[in-house]
Design a protein around this ligand. Structure first.
Ligand code: UDP
Ligand code: MG
Length: 323
């Protein structure tokens, strides 16, 4: 390990309309930071993801009071994963911790992440000890999703680990070299490799306010995860095509034999003039084709997005940074 004797720590916190939790979050984080030793300094980087409440005001006050606090303000809401990315882009620390602002990720876990880092691990992710605070729906869909990622994404995502984690400087630089825009951060931090380990922590309830991850955003994140790590949905067309071709071949044989050996108007007991079955077959196949076309469109659209090469985020303001 080439960690300096007195390393610096950065803490990246994405925030979106979190005025209800920020003061308490800062207080708890501050308590933890002041007891950390062996560090030459700590910076806290809040990334304001286009909040429309009092978040910006609280952040500018914090920057004024505390020299170690910095804030990035997005010009609009770009999403949690992009906010994390912006924080990692601006963090200077030898180790960088990414944590949510709603106190579901307890700041008191940070010293344990640092301990593993000092043991030589370059990525230390926090694993939820229990998920009782999450709804049955969230737990079940999460399990299903991680299963899918494991099989078609070839990505052995640790179960019950979110984005709460510590990255060594080397891992941060590797992460920053990835330019893709539809990003699934926890997948990418696994993909970059390095020595990785987990630390258990008790997942708390959201301190105040409501979730900023409604179902729509959750689904988008899951879909970004699948499409950025797997071509499997694209291959769906091949499999469905094979199945339908084989079935229709046998059906064809059945029809031809029937034509020769049975009554003209009846085929093994089925009347041959059923438009109903025809309609079903036509509609079913049209549906399958549209679904497959849609899948291809998803990948094509993503490719288009990447090719445009727009910046990942636009900053309105950077406050508290040295330069
Ligand atoms: N967040 C963000 N941009 C968004 C949505 C969420 O920066 O578009 C932040 C949010 O402020 C919080 C973290 O991401 O600090 C996790 O969000 P939340 O706690 O609402 O998600 P949940 O824990 O319910 O999945
Ligand atoms: Mg939360």
């Amino acid at each position: 390990m080439t960690t300096p004797d007195k390393p610096r720590l950065s803490i990246v916190v994405p925030v979106y309309n979190e005025e209800a939790v920020l003061p308490e979050f800062y207080k708890r984080l501050h308590e933890v930071i002041k007891d950390l030793h062996g560090l030459s300094g700590t910076e806290i980087i809040f990334v304001d993801d286009g909040s429309r409440d009092g978040t910006a005001k609280i952040l500018s006050d914090l920057v004024r009071w505390d020299k170690s606090v910095r804030a990035l303000q997005f010009s609009r809401n770009f999403g949690h994963q992009i906010a994390l990315t912006a924080g990692l882009d601006h963090a200077k620390g030898d180790a960088v911790v990414v944590i949510d602002a709603d106190l579901q990720d307890p700041p008191e876990t940070i010293p344990r992440l640092l301990e593993k880092w000092r043991d030589g691990y370059e990525v230390v992710y926090a694993v939820r000890e229990s998920r009782e605070v999450d709804s049955w729906f969230k737990r079940t869909t999460a399990r299903f999703f991680y299963g899918i990622m494991r099989t078609i994404g070839n990505l052995d995502l640790p179960m019950d680990a979110g984005d709460f984690r510590l990255l060594d400087r080397k891992a941060v630089e590797a992460f920053r070299s990835l330019g893709e825009r539809h990003r699934f951060v926890r997948g990418l931090t696994l993909w970059i490799g390095f020595r990785q380990t987990g630390v258990l922590y008790p997942r708390a309830e959201r301190y105040a306010g409501s979730t900023k991850y409604p179902l729509g955003k959750m689904l988008k994140l899951a879909w970004d995860g699948v499409t950025s790590f797997s071509f499997a949905p694209l291959r769906l067309a091949i499999y469905l095509g094979l199945i339908v071709s084989v079935l229709s071949f046998f059906f064809g044989v059945f029809v031809i034999f029937g034509r020769f050996f049975f009554d003209q108007t009846e085929l093994l007991g089925f009347p041959t003039h059923g438009w109903g079955s025809l309609m079903v077959a036509v509609l079913f196949l049209a549906g399958v084709q549209l679904i497959v076309l849609g899948m291809m469109g998803e990948y094509l659209g993503r490719t288009y997005d990447e090719v445009k090469g727009r910046p990942l985020y636009i900053l309105r303001e950077k406050i508290g940074f040295d330069e």
